[in-house]
Design a protein around this ligand. Structure first.
Ligand SMILES: Cc1cc2nc3c(=O)[nH]c(=O)nc-3n(C[C@H](O)[C@H](O)[C@H](O)COP(=O)(O)OP(=O)(O)OC[C@H]3O[C@@H](n4cnc5c(N)ncnc54)[C@H](O)[C@@H]3O)c2cc1C
Length: 386
């Protein structure tokens, strides 16, 4: 999807697609001037020709790519295989691999289609809607991966705290370190609950359950935004639990720290995701209805959650020009309220209650390790996977 002039705004894509019949009259003349395309035989069978540059193409060793290209009818979605039907290598030039901040195990390339052979997927003017079906799946992935990484970092921090002694006691017995790690554990609990609920909505939608389909429109987006906002700070905090060695490549924390921002950027960067939440709420009232139903069983248990839900209801009545600059806050609060409600239903009572107080109440802090007074730290710490 991503081209130099537009990643978020894919409508600005300039890669062109023409049906093969239209290109046969000039049989690959332009391509033959190019050394790579000159090796291409005219493929048999119906198909289209794609010409253009894509600025980010991850996993370029894949056997096929979904891609967007302009047709006469509008932006279309195409499948571009690595080999044409007659077995020749398709005219996709890998120009260079990106030198990335992290995410090194996944190669990302700059590529050029030089009359590459492709087949359309879906109607030629419905490319965005078509490719979004794939994007919703990868957004679920981008919502889940940060939780997995946070869980790994938490495990590393807790293991280290148990083995490391300072000032006469293991770090795991020092009250302030316990508060920090318990707070990280709360974030993982909430992330796992929201991520699995989003995945369940996908399964329900696939079975034809309408309420789950409505939730599946909203939940991966909420979770992708919020888990990735929490991830990088979480990694820094977990790294610090290990002291100096946390910053050294011998521990896995440095790699997790570099990896942490990527799931926020791709498949829709933070702002774009929040604007998407507004779009879903405006276009699909059933999504919000399904969300209120999901939250209903948790009402009346913790004052902080009830108050936050009341604030949300008032905010949602605001006109679009008020909501747009507040889209991050709205998305964050929807995600946190749902996390709180899920924990109240599925985790021990103490965990759900302290999460609601720590994240939604007056004592909520943007920093990790600032739990409200009288928090059940020991109970939260028992939730960390061995
Ligand atoms: C490691 C990696 C691998 C990638 N792999 C692929 C891939 O395989 N295929 C692919 O297609 N892309 C891939 N991408 C690209 C990625 O999807 C885009 O970089 C991303 O969608 C953002 O697009 P952009 O870079 O053009 O930024 P821009 O669209 O220029 O956005 C810049 C910033 O502006 C914000 N913004 C945009 N519009 C608005 C608005 N209306 N209001 C407020 N803020 C706004 C965005 O949220 C973002 O923070 C990859 C990126 C990375 C880092």
């Amino acid at each position: 999807m991503t081209e130099k002039q537009g990643g978020s705004d894919v409508r600005s894509n300039s890669t062109r697609a023409a049906p093969l019949a239209a290109t046969r009259a000039e049989p690959l003349a332009a391509a033959r001037a190019d050394p790579l395309a000159a090796t291409q035989a005219e493929p048999t069978g119906d198909g289209w020709r794609l010409t253009g540059h894509k600025w980010f193409c991850s996993a370029p060793m894949s056997d096929a790519f979904l891609t967007l290209a302009q047709t006469e009818a509008g932006l279309g979605c195409f499948l571009v295989p690595r080999f044409t039907p007659d077995g020749e290598r398709n005219a996709i030039e890998l120009q260079r691999l990106k030198e990335k901040c992290g995410n090194r195990a996944n190669a990302s390339a700059e590529i050029e289609y030089r009359n590459a052979w492709a087949v359309p997927i879906g109607p030629p003017d419905r490319g965005i809607a078509t490719i979004l079906e794939m994007v919703q799946q990868t957004r679920l992935d981008a919502a889940s991966a940060p939780v997995g990484m946070m869980r790994q970092a938490l495990g590393e921090a807790w293991r280290y705290a148990q083995g490391r002694h300072a000032f006469g006691r293991p770090l795991a017995e020092q009250p302030l370190m316990r508060a920090v790690i318990a707070d990280l554990a709360l974030e993982v609990e909430a992330g796992v609950a929201l991520m699995l609920r989003a995945a369940r909505a996908f399964d329900g939608a696939a079975r034809g359950d309408e309420a789950e389909r409505a939730l599946a429109r909203l939940l991966p987006t909420l979770a992708k935004y919020w888990h990735n906002r929490r991830g990088p700070g979480f990694m820094a905090e977990a790294m610090e639990c290990l002291g100096g060695i946390g910053y050294v490549e011998e521990s896995p924390l440095a790699r997790l720290y570099r990896e942490a921002p990527v799931n926020s950027i791709w498949e829709g960067s933070g702002n774009v995701i929040c604007l998407d939440v507004l779009r879903v709420l405006a276009r699909h009232p059933s999504a919000l209805e399904a969300l209120w139903q999901e939250l209903a069983p948790a009402r009346g248990q913790v004052r902080e959650l009830d108050d936050a839900l009341g604030d949300l209801e008032r905010l949602l009545e605001a006109p679009p020009e008020v909501l747009e600059p507040r889209a991050r806050w709205l998305t964050q609060r929807l995600a946190q309220c749902l996390q709180g409600a899920l924990l109240l239903r599925h985790a021990p009572n103490a965990v759900g209650e302290v999460f609601c107080r720590a994240r939604l109440g007056a004592e909520a802090s943007p920093a990790y390790g600032v739990l409200p007074s009288a928090s059940p730290v020991a109970e939260v710490l028992t939730r960390i996977a061995p």
